[in-house]
Write a protein that binds this ligand. Structure first.
Ligand code: PLP
Length: 396
């Protein structure tokens, strides 16, 4: 696993801007070429070599049929989880699914029905709202507190609301949290377990960002917690190894939820991609060295961003993320140019229109999002620097 370490160097410093602009993915095609795109959760990295090799070997062989089952991916996850987190899911308690969000929808169908409530913690990954509403679930918000951490009082109130009238309810927990980069502590997860048991709310945890944890921070898989046995979790290698275009994910059940997962219809997994599963399996088995190089580069970027903001945009409040390559910028103290509408200016809109840098607009993340923007750190230090220069110039 350590084989590739040191050979590649910082993957965030490998590709030139000219190379990146030749990409055809959403990040590079949404905006005109004069815009610096630091919005969607894609990374400006080449593929980890073992992942590229798994894909090119499969293509050379024409090995592009249906995936056999998810056990290779699941055993790769078990090995990675044991090594990084000291815990491993049981392979027989996992199912291959096409991607994390489709897996979330299927898992919520197992534990809730039409019109039931699902609790989420805004500001949060915008598709949580879209998929819940599209799946005819009622969204109940339990906002994070001002320090971007889970708020026990808000959660208790949301759970009480969610189960009112004796209805079934679920809690969709984002762990680590997108967009703030919060990594929930063992104490916070224990609080979630206590409250969800007390109110009878089923917990579904999205752990897609789990491999992306900074030094000094500990990630605890929800299902590894005492009392987490009734939980359902989703995992994918797609964020940490930049594989959104080669999708796959695993639905994982705690031992006491294995019967629930067994009820997931076979068709729920049929959309999974064989190439995706091969790529994700290679990432987890052989991509650990590359991941460590990436994390070192991201760690440098999260500190660089703090220094640059302090120098050029000191009114922006920034808490370096504990995990993920996403950061949440509190721009409420910025003197933004006033538009012609009566609504407060959206910082992302101002940075885009006047600075030609694309971040994600805060209000999309729900309650608490106004006046904020999400900045994606997964690029070179040069482009992080250029982005802040453009953001500062936008306000002059
Ligand atoms: C928290 C979270 N969940 C899910 C996804 C999307 O995962 P997938 O493409 O596997 O559905 C993302 C993508 O950024 C994410 O941040």
């Amino acid at each position: 696993m350590g084989k590739y370490r040191g050979l590649v160097g910082n993957p965030l410093q490998t590709l030139s801007l000219a190379d990146l602009r030749r990409r055809t993915s959403e990040k590079w095609r949404r905006y005109p070429p004069d815009v610096l795109p630091l919005w969607v959760a894609e990374m400006d990295v080449p593929l980890a070599e073992p992942v590229a090799r798994a894909l090119t070997d499969a293509v050379a062989l024409g090995d592009t049929g249906y995936p056999p089952d998810g056990t290779d991916y699941a055993s790769a996850l078990a090995g990675f989880a044991r090594e990084r987190w000291g815990w491993a899911p049981k392979i027989e308690h996992t199912r291959l699914v096409p991607d994390v969000m489709l897996g979330v929808v299927e898992m919520l169908k197992l534990v809730t029905g039409y019109g039931d409530a699902v609790v989420i913690n805004p500001p949060v990954y915008p598709p949580f709202y879209d998929f819940l509403r599209g799946g005819d679930r009622r969204v109940v918000e339990a906002p994070l507190n001002a320090a971007y951490r889970l708020d026990p009082d808000a959660l208790a109130a949301a759970f009480a609301d969610a189960v009112a009238g004796g209805r079934r309810a679920a809690y969709l927990l984002c762990s680590p949290h997108n967009p703030t980069g919060t990594v929930h502590t063992a104490d916070e997860l224990a609080m979630v377990i206590e409250l969800s048991d007390r109110y009878g709310v089923r917990v579904v945890v999205d752990e897609i960002h789990a491999p992306l944890i900074y030094p000094g921070v500990t990630f605890r898989p929800y299902l590894s917690m005492p009392g987490g046995e009734r939980g359902l979790a989703l995992f994918s290698a797609s964020k940490a190894w930049n594989l959104a275009g080669v999708k796959a994910a695993l639905a994982v059940a705690g031992p006491a939820a294995a019967d629930d997962l067994a009820r997931m219809p076979k068709v729920a997994g049929d959309g999974a991609s064989h190439l995706g599963a091969l790529a994700h399996t290679a990432a987890l088995r052989y991509g650990g060295g590359w991941l460590d190089e990436l994390l070192a580069g991201l760690d440098q970027n999260r500190r660089l961003l703090g220094d640059l903001l302090a120098e050029h945009l000191p009114q922006v409040r920034y808490r370096p993320p504990e995990g993920t390559y996403l950061t949440w910028l509190d721009c409420r103290d910025l003197a933004l140019p006033v538009g012609d509408s009566s609504t407060p200016a959206d910082p992302a809109q101002v940075f885009l229109e006047r600075g030609r840098v694309a971040l994600v607009s805060g209000p999309l993340f729900g309650t608490g999002g106004a006046g904020h923007a999400r900045f994606n750190l997964a690029t070179s230090p040069e482009l992080v620097t250029e982005a802040v220069r453009r953001m500062a110039a936008a306000l002059r």
